[in-house]
Unconditional design. Structure first.
Length: 254
């Protein structure tokens, strides 16, 4: 656990990398700026730094409606979701995601780390979005496994197979974030995606340096996805149209 002394918000300076293992092969990596936010302490986070705000415009900001089912009751959605899987997380709920920068953001993957009052990690929720407006979450009940397997239930990229399996991994250890998503079909590796970053206290210098050093432009994740999709299209990757469903369903990963 990286949150103490009343801290409810930290920033993460990291790198995202993708390696597509099927023709046409394609890979990329880029620097990114993300945040870790204790959503049980939003009032404290809103006053932690003058350049960060909750549910209102600022240099960087975070909005309830960008997650869950798109309303102001995100904690209720998390707890109700975990209840369906017989899990009661009554401690901190740490959300890793991209913040809005000058009001713009897109979160292809947000992860909730859900603890009990004894600071034990009980569950994780992998909240996945596509650029067509769809959303789906994979729920993990923690049992000390390194990787959790989930059947693909949601179309993310129009250039990848619609069926397959995910291997999911996410940790907050030693002031670092490590996220790995592997996608396979018939035991063949289709895609490996990683996000690895270092956790910092939120200060004016760490924030501004992080924005400049990591090229954290408004809407960068969304524009990056479109750019890499265009490259794949030029390489001859087959495009499969995705019909977006905005109903937020959940399935389990084990």
């Amino acid at each position: 656990m990286t949150f103490n002394n009343g801290t409810s918000l930290k920033i993460v300076k990291g790198v995202i990398s993708h390696q597509r293992q099927i023709p046409p092969k394609h890979s990329f990596s880029y620097k990114c700026l993300s945040i870790l936010l204790d959503i049980t302490q939003l009032k404290a986070a809103d006053t932690q730094h003058s350049l960060f705000s909750i549910n209102k415009f600022n240099l960087i900001s975070w909005y309830n409606k960008d997650h869950g089912v798109g309303n102001d009751h995100l904690i209720d959605w998390v707890k109700q979701t975990l209840k369906k899987y017989n899990c009661k997380a009554d401690g901190k709920i740490i959300l890793h995601c991209f913040p809005r920068i000058l009001g713009r953001s897109f979160n292809p993957l947000s992860i909730y780390f859900c603890y009990n009052k004894s600071k034990k990690l009980l569950a994780k929720i992998f909240e996945v979005r596509n650029t067509f407006g769809g959303i789906h979450s994979y729920v993990i009940l923690e049992n000390d496994k390194k990787y959790y397997k989930a059947r693909k239930e949601f179309l993310v990229s129009p250039f990848l197979p619609s069926q397959g399996n995910y291997n999911l991994h996410a940790t907050l250890l030693n002031n670092s974030v490590k996220i790995i998503v592997g996608f396979t079909k018939n035991k063949n590796i289709i895609l490996n995606a990683k996000q690895i970053g270092k956790i910092y206290d939120l200060t004016t210098s760490s924030l501004l340096y992080g924005i400049v050093r990591n090229y954290a432009l408004p809407g960068k994740p969304f524009m990056g996805i479109l750019l890499e999709a265009l490259k794949l299209w030029f390489k001859g990757a087959k495009f499969n149209y995705i019909t977006a469903s905005k109903e937020h369903k959940t399935t389990s990963a084990k």
